[in-house]
Structures are given as structure tokens and as C-alpha cells.
Design a protein around this ligand. Structure first.
Ligand code: SF4
Length: 310
């Protein structure tokens, strides 16, 4: 049995930046540093930061006066930002710049008098943040069927934006449905789906051409990881989303000659390596890395942490 690794896989620039923000904040200000929600969707990352002194909270009222407060990579609504200001919390914003870009885009459309259709998954923190950044009417859709049911105020004054971690193909079909129903709608096509999501989806497609089983390392609540598993399944390859190698069921490997491995944007590489080791114990004798896109995206640290080390 052979292991084939996708490239790229795992951490994206937004996740690396968010984790480094918490680490630098701990270094500069000392523990505890309060993080609103999971900094990124990965329990291993969260546990590791917790061990270093980060405290994860659901809401701002759990943070004591003056507590250093970090907003997660998924972004927050204007209300959360205003609440933090009201409570005079010193905030460090770890929102991925590519999520902030979508916020600005949506605000620009709304400022020009358009109602916004947000393509995204109900309940995801990024979607809550983006919806809460738009002054005015927002309609949330996830599928072409949702588009068919939309009841809008003015079909002539619409714009759409999307969540950053969607399936490119699914999003394209939702955009087509929107354009068919509302020919004057404007939007960024699939460009809101970030480079990391697009690259990992391209890589899992290549993997699916070669593997007869695909394992995606990532959290169950990670949107981009779920999309990777779905794409592999859509291409006819059995695929599982697993938190780490410890939950791998050896029965999955029966009759398998090539196991494809990839990881969502919030899954650390050491979990991939741990899975590869486990596959080695279960009979894999060779590891191949597929050729793929070299990523060299890096985002700047917030100014207040520029002088701190992680
Ligand atoms: S998946 Fe994309 S949008 Fe999300 S944190 Fe990573 S780079 Fe940013």
C-alpha cells in the first residue's frame, strides 16, 4: 500500500497568522490572553494555545476588564467589535485579511444602495461575522434551491458575496442560479473563495485521480475540510474527514492500494505526519507527494504585535 500526499495541504496563511497572533500576544502581554471562539477550527491548535495560556470564551462578557482580547480568524460582526469598544477591551484582530476583504466588498455594495445576497452556510462564524458587517438587507443562500425561494425587495438592486471556504463548483452553480433569476445582480464571481481553499480543492481533485481512499485531516466543524471530503466523494473516491490518525479505522484500508492524504487549512502538518506514521504501521511502504501549487502567501502582523516574537 502506498500513501499519496496532496500539495498544498494544511495550514493557510490566515491560520498561521491567527495562531502567531495569539502566541505573540502571550509573549508580549503574558497569560492569560482571551480568544473569542476557537481561534481556528482545530482542537489540537486550540489545546496547544490553551496550554500556553490562552483562554477561549464564547462571548465578550466572560472577559474581565482590561483582558487582552483576540478575535478569531473567522472575523466578527460590527456588534461584537462595538461591544468590545464599550467594554474598553484591548482588542487584537486576527480576522483573516481575506475575510476582511469580503466584509469591505459587501459594505461597498451596501453603501451603493444594493441589498446583499451572501452565499454561505448558516451558523458558520464567518457567515455570522460577514452578515453582521453589512448595513442593510442581507439574504443568506447556500444552494440553487435557496435562490429559487428568495423573495427580494428589489431585484434590480442586488449584489452577492460569498464565504471564503466554499466549494468552487457548488458556488458557481449558486451564482448561475442568481444570475438567471436576477440578471442585474453584480458580484465577484468565485473570487471571494480564498486562494488556500481553491488550491486545496484543486489538489484533492488530483489526489482523487490516483487514490482509492482519501483521508482528510481536519475538524468536523471546519468548512474547508468538509468541502475537501465532499469533493473526493463526488469524484467517486471513498473519503473520511478525521481529526487525527488515532481515529483511523484499519478496516477502511482493506483492498486499498493507494491512500490519499490531505488536510484542511486549519490542520497542523504534524497531524498529517502522525497519520502517515500510523498508515506505515498498518502496511504502507511508500510515500509520494503529488506535485502542486507552491504557496508563498504571508500576511502582515497587526501593528501592536510587530515587535513581539512568537
Ligand atoms: S481559509 Fe482562506 S480565508 Fe480562511 S483563514 Fe485561510 S486564507 Fe484566510
Amino acid at each position: 500500500m502506498k500513501v499519496i500526499l496532496a500539495k498544498p495541504r494544511g495550514f493557510c496563511a490566515g491560520v498561521e497568522r491567527a495562531i502567531e497572533i495569539v502566541e505573540r500576544a502571550l509573549e508580549k502581554y503574558g497569560a492569560p490572553v482571551y480568544v473569542r471562539h476557537e481561534i481556528v477550527h482545530n482542537r489540537h491548535v486550540v489545546d496547544n494555545l490553551r496550554a500556553k495560556g490562552a483562554r477561549f470564551v464564547d462571548e465578550l462578557d466572560e472577559i474581565p476588564l482590561g483582558g487582552i482580547t483576540v478575535f478569531s480568524a473567522h472575523g466578527v460582526s460590527q456588534r461584537v467589535e462595538d461591544d468590545a469598544a464599550l467594554r474598553s477591551l484591548p482588542v487584537i484582530d486576527a480576522t483573516c485579511p481575506l475575510v476582511s476583504k469580503v466584509h469591505h466588498e459587501a459594505q461597498r455594495y451596501a453603501g451603493a444602495g444594493r441589498d446583499i445576497v451572501l452565499i454561505g452556510h448558516d451558523g458558520h462564524p464567518e457567515v455570522e461575522g460577514t452578515m453582521g458587517r453589512i448595513d442593510g438587507k442581507v439574504y443568506l443562500v447556500a444552494t440553487p434551491e435557496d435562490v429559487a425561494l428568495l423573495n427580494v425587495r428589489d431585484p434590480e438592486q442586488l449584489a452577492y458575496v460569498t464565504q471564503t471556504t466554499l466549494s468552487v463548483d457548488d458556488t458557481r452553480s449558486v451564482i448561475e442560479a442568481l444570475k438567471e433569476r436576477f440578471p442585474n445582480i453584480i458580484g465577484p464571481d468565485t473570487r471571494d473563495i480564498c486562494y488556500a481553499t481553491q488550491n486545496r480543492q484543486g489538489a484533492v481533485r488530483e489526489l482523487a485521480k490516483r487514490a482509492d481512499l482519501i483521508l482528510v485531516v481536519g475538524a468536523q466543524n471546519s468548512s474547508n475540510s468538509n468541502r475537501l471530503r465532499e469533493i473526493a466523494s463526488e469524484m467517486g473516491v471513498r473519503a473520511y474527514l478525521i481529526a487525527d490518525g488515532s481515529v483511523l479505522d484499519p478496516a477502511w484500508l482493506e483492498g486499498v492500494h493507494a491512500v490519499g492524504v490531505t488536510a484542511g487549512a486549519s490542520a497542523p502538518e504534524h497531524l498529517v505526519q502522525q497519520l502517515v506514521d500510523r498508515l506505515g504501521e498498518l502496511g504502507a511502504t511508500e510515500v509520494e507527494i503529488l506535485p502542486g501549487v507552491d504557496e508563498n502567501v504571508r500576511f502582515r502582523m497587526p501593528a501592536e504585535l510587530a515587535d513581539a516574537v512568537a
